[in-house]
Structures are given as C-alpha cells and as structure tokens.
Write a protein that binds this ligand. Structure first.
Ligand code: NQM
Length: 361
C-alpha cells in the first residue's frame, strides 16, 4: 500500500477535489477506496487528518486515465468520499469536478495542449456518457486566469466550456411526468443526475431560505428522507438509504430574473449553489409539460439558456429537449460554462492504515 501518492488539488466549478492519475492509485477498487478514505481524512466530520474540507462539496475525487473509447481522450471516474462514514461511492457523477478534468489531463501529459486552446473529450466512467471540455492553453500551458465569473466562487478565472451530446437515456426514470410520493407531487428527472423536483410550498417552506436554515429544519429533513426513499425505488434505484442519489430540489418562482429558484439537497446537506448535472436535470425538468417545475418556472421564450437561481447566485445552462420515438422527452443538447483552478500539485501522505486506538478525546 503506498505511503505517498502524487495528487493535484483543484477547484472544479463550485466544488473542490483531489485529482489522481489512475496509475498512481491501487487498481483494486476496495484497496483504492480504503486509501482514499485515509487521504481525505474520512470518516470524521472535520476530516481533520486529511485533504477533505468537511463538506460533501469538498470531499471529492477524480481518477483520470487514458481512454480506450474511440470518441474519448480520457476516462474520468468520479468518487464521492463520504465525510462521516467510511464510504466511497461511484454511484453518482459530478459535473463541477468534471470542469477540472481537461486541465488535469493536460497538466499530467495525457492530452497534448493546443497552441491557443485545447479540447478534451472525456468519457465519464460513472455513467458511460461523453462530454467535451474546451479551455485556454496559450503557449501550450493551461491558463487558469481569466474574467469568467461563476456564482459561489469569489473572483474570476478562465472559462471551461463543457458540452454534453444528446443523452442516451430517457429523462423520466419513472416513465411519468408526475408522481405522488409520500403524499407529495414530484417530477423525477435524470439529465445526468437523478433528481426529484418538488414545489417548495408543498413542503411548507418558501424555497428562499438559506441552506443553514433548511438544514436545521428537522421536520423537513424527515419529510425529505421519506420522499427520497420512495422516489428512489420508483426511479429504479432500489434502496437508496445509504447512497448519495437521488438528489432533491425544492423549486420556487424566480426572484432574480432567472427561470426558477432552487434549493438542492445532496441528499442530506443543502447545496450552497447547485451541481452541474443537478442544474441540467432541473433545466430539463422545467421544459417538461405537466411537470412540477413547468408551472413554477418562467422560461425565456426564444432561448435555450436557462438561468437556475440558487442560494449564492445563479447557474446558466443551455438545454434543449427532443422526443423519443415513443414520444417521451429526451435531452438533445446541454452545455455550461464553469471555471477551474489548480490549487496545489504535489504528494499527499495518507493517514496510517490503523488509526491509534484510545487516547484523549
Ligand atoms: O450535479 C454535488 C457538486 C455536486 C455534483 C452533488 C455536481 C453535479 O456541486 O454535476 O457537480 O450534487 O453531490 O459538485
């Protein structure tokens, strides 16, 4: 088992993660995950002895390798390292961490940088889907500086343009535009992230509360967990009591000129902004006639761009839908601009395998 591992710490969108070459980690998934727990400092709600930032949004890992897929340059496996349980899961994808994958691939020499800009084709191993990331590489070096601003991140940085080709799967995992779960009307959507859309007022909140206020609402947390367990089964995800999907998004009419206001549970903590695939799923959901979101949203009449309001600002996402031969909605194109920044490149020293027993508490 390695006692030191090459690692690059990167902010990807509104998340932060440790990026590794697959070759720098053990090949066996169980051995790899055990090592990652020690690297990130889990399980411990402060992650005090590792790289993790004590929140799901800062306890993320990207494992990147050359791809054998004909339409991809690199494979990206996303792993969520649970903060307070000894668990690493590949059951979800992460579009924010995805923003750092292209720059990381260039940093590590997996993809040659273009003279001015570089386009990296990425296979997302968690879902099997493809994405492309385009970013600036003047003089064949990644330039992280620029004037792109994304809500939830102070300052500006270079844009990373991410595009997703038409979705392979259907958008409605329950086969219905609306379901009633645990007595609440929901629309279950999956445009990269299994997401349950709920009108905030149906849960007796406004949907404009702060994440902290929502997290402290114990009755709401109970209600959300009941809905999530039932919706998970309906969406074909089985027993989701220990998984990070589906996410739940509370919707309310927009207040800042966007299409809709959101508060997203991922699934216990409330997101301080919104995930990329989470936003893609919300944006698609708003366009589905008869869905829970359609009646609350104010969509721009002549634009593919949907502005999703969230607790720290907004996320603009381009989203168009098509129809399957069976008449069900499907994602045609999704695109988003994120930023990413290399924070640290070096060697991480994992906590020893057996933590010392006893001692002062
Ligand atoms: O939905 C948080 C994040 C995410 C996921 C989560 C994400 C996405 O913001 O694509 O980016 O929903 O667990 O990093």
């Amino acid at each position: 088992m390695p006692t030191q591992v090459r690692c690059l710490l990167m902010r990807g969108g509104t998340s932060k993660g440790a990026y590794f070459l697959a070759d720098d980690l053990p090949a066996d998934p169980g051995t790899r995950d055990e090592l990652l727990l020690r690297i990130m400092g889990s399980p411990d709600e402060r992650q005090i002895d590792g790289l993790g930032g004590a929140h799901p949004l800062t306890s993320k890992v990207a494992v990147v390798s050359p791809s054998s897929h004909p339409d991809a340059d690199v494979d990206y496996l996303f792993l969520q390292v649970v903060v307070d349980r000894p668990e690493v899961t590949d059951c979800q994808n992460c579009g924010n961490i995805l923003a750092g994958v292209g720059p990381f691939a260039v940093e590590r020499g997996l993809v040659p940088a273009g003279e001015e800009r570089t386009r990296v084709r990425i296979r997302m191993v968690n879902s099997g889907d493809l994405a492309t990331a385009t970013f600036r590489t003047p003089g064949r070096r990644v330039d992280y500086t620029g004037d792109a601003e994304i809500s939830g991140v102070p300052g500006t940085a270079a844009p990373v343009v991410i595009e997703f080709p038409p979705g392979a799967g259907e958008l409605l995992p329950t086969g219905k535009v609306r379901d009633v779960v645990d007595g609440v009307r929901v629309t279950c959507v999956d445009n990269g992230m299994p997401t349950v859309l709920i009108a905030a007022t149906d849960l007796l909140v406004t949907g404009y509360e702060t994440p902290k206020d929502l997290e402290e609402d114990v009755a709401l947390a109970d209600r959300l967990q009941g809905i999530r367990l039932a919706a998970g089964r309906l969406m074909g995800l089985g027993d989701v009591s220990d998984t990070t999907v589906p996410k739940l998004t509370l919707l309310a009419p927009p207040r800042e000129g966007g299409a809709v206001s959101t508060r997203t549970f991922i699934p216990v903590r409330c997101h301080t902004s919104i995930g990329v695939f989470g936003a893609a799923s919300v944006a698609a959901g708003l366009r589905i006639d008869g869905g829970v979101g359609a009646e609350l949203a104010e969509l721009p009449p002549d634009s593919d761009r949907v502005r999703i309001e969230h607790p720290t600002g907004f996320l603009d996402i381009e989203s168009t839908l098509g129809t399957t031969p069976q008449g069900l909605p499907t994602a045609r194109r999704t695109a988003v601009v994120r930023t990413a920044r290399k924070i640290f490149d070096g060697t991480v020293f994992p906590r020893p395998a057996a933590p010392p027993q006893g001692g002062p508490r």
